[in-house]
Structure formats: C-alpha cells, structure tokens
Ligand binder design. Structure first.
Ligand code: NAD
Ligand code: ZN
Length: 234
C-alpha cells in the first residue's frame, strides 16, 4: 500500500522559471499548442515542432529544482516505497532533484525516437543545429519523446494500480483540465484515498478534492512535507 501518491503538473516547475501552459508570455505563446503538441502538427511542419522542443530542451538544462521539488524528494527519502511520484512535466526537474520513484507519464524533453522503427535517442546524440533529425538506422524522421494530445500517456496501467492502492493522493500544480491525468483524483477517491490539492488557482476537478491548499507549491510543500514526516515518526 502506498501512503503518499503525488501527481505534479506544470505549476510545480513555475517557480524554477518554466512557464506553465496557461501563463501568458513564454514559449507557449509563440508556438500554438495545436501545432506543437499534436501528431497532426508534427506531420504538417516537423521543423517548427522541433524548434519548439529544442528551445524547451535547452531551457530544461538550465533550470534548477525549487523548494517544491526538493520537498517531494525529502518525502520519498522518508517514506521509501510507501511513496510514489507521477509527473505530467517533461522538463526532468524531479530527476534533477533526485526523485527516483518517479513516472514521467508525458515523456521526456531529453529524448527522442524514430517515427518508423521507434529506436530511441538521447538529445545529446543529436545535431540540434541542423535540419529535422533523421534516424541513423532507417532514415525516417525522429520526433521528441513527448506524449501529444490524442496519444496515450505512458505507465497508465501502473498508475491505475497505484491510484487504487494509496492512502493519500495529492495533486500539485496541475489545473485538472488535461485528461486522463485530470481523472486520477476520481479513481483514487472512488477507491478510498484521501485527496489533497496544492495549487495556485482552484483546480477544475476540485469537487473530488478533500483538502485544498491554495498557493505556491514552493511555499506550501516544504512545511507540509515536514508535518507528514513528523506525524509518521510520532
Ligand atoms: P496547466 O498549465 O494546465 O496548469 C498549471 C496549474 O499550476 C494552474 O492551475 C496554475 O494555477 C498552477 N500553478 C501555477 N504556478 C504555481 C505554483 N507556483 N505553485 C502551484 N501551482 C501553480 O498544467 P498541467 O495541469 O500540468 O497540464 C498541462 C499540460 O502541459 C501537461 O500535459 C504538461 O505536460 C504540459 N506542460 C508541461 C510543462 C513542463 O514540463 N514544465 C510546462 C507546461 C506545460
Ligand atoms: Zn528508425
């Protein structure tokens, strides 16, 4: 049984300097989401899509974990296999913070794969200054390892098992508007978990949340986590 299962979204990366999807300004305004986050957009203009992900990949190399990411790593250290983290973020900051019990359900900015033979590559093997990168094995186009709209997220089976077997399910920095992740609170609650949200604005799935803490993840999570650790030791 998992004691704490946590789902994070773009909001937890905001304090590291990465704009969320809905924020004004930043990359998402220059690159319309329907073009850069769909298989159709990639088919229509792979170069445009690659430009967007190369910029995001380079940005991800420069950003550092913030107190929110660090608090979740501390909770993992304290709870061991009674803790698990799921993220919708592709920026790799949880990994940088040292999180190991982690599922990156929407892929990773530092990887890409061949659209034909599915061979996987690390971004640092790719010439990012050239044209759209090509698979060295079969000559087809490579695409970023990102789950786009209309595609099936990774690890859904494992995630469902965890949602059914957790005491607390907590969502952090996620608007509750992108499915299937937005539906996880419903599953967890249906199977008896206590549901908690930490978010700057009210999430769209608030009706399934037992406890809502409104504010910034980097400000709320550190003391929240210390309290959990204190309670579980005492
Ligand atoms: P979202 O942009 O829809 O929602 C982010 C939520 O975070 C908002 O409700 C906002 O109020 C809240 N928020 C903003 N700053 C916060 C803070 N400091 N502390 C706590 N909450 C804060 O993002 P989403 O729910 O993750 O879904 C959008 C999709 O876009 C996802 O699929 C995600 O993969 C993708 N995305 C990823 C990144 C990334 O990897 N960093 C960035 C942008 C979007
Ligand atoms: Zn190939």
């Amino acid at each position: 049984m998992i004691k704490y299962l946590v789902l994070t979204g773009a909001g937890i990366s905001a304090e590291s300097g990465i704009r969320t999807f809905r924020d004004t300004g930043g990359l998402w305004e220059e690159y319309p989401v329907e073009l850069v986050a769909s298989p159709e957009g990639f088919a229509a203009d792979p170069k445009f899509v690659w430009d967007f992900y190369i910029k995001r990949f380079k940005q991800s190399l420069e950003v550092e974990p913030n107190p929110g990411h660090i608090a979740l790593k501390r909770l993992e250290d304290a709870l061991g296999d009674k803790f698990h983290l799921i993220t919708q973020n592709v920026d790799g900051i949880h990994r940088k913070a040292g999180s190991k019990r982690l599922l990156e359900m929407h892929g990773r900015l530092d990887q890409c794969y061949c659209i034909s033979c599915h061979r996987q590559y690390n971004m640092n093997e790719i010439d990012l200054a050239g044209d759209v990168p090509i698979c060295t094995a079969c000559g087809s186009l490579l695409r970023p390892n990102i789950v786009w709209f209309g595609e099936v997220p990774y690890y859904l089976y494992e995630i469902e098992e965890m949602l059914k077997n957790c005491e607390v399910f907590m969502i952090v920095g996620t608007s509750g508007s992108v499915y299937p992740a937005a539906g996880f609170v419903m599953t967890a609650k249906l199977f008896g978990a206590r549901t908690v949200a930490i978010n700057l604005e009210k999430p769209d799935n608030l009706s399934f949340i037992d406890e809502f803490y409104q504010g910034r993840a980097g400000e709320i999570l550190p003391s929240f986590v210390e309290k959990i650790i204190g309670d579980s030791n005492g």
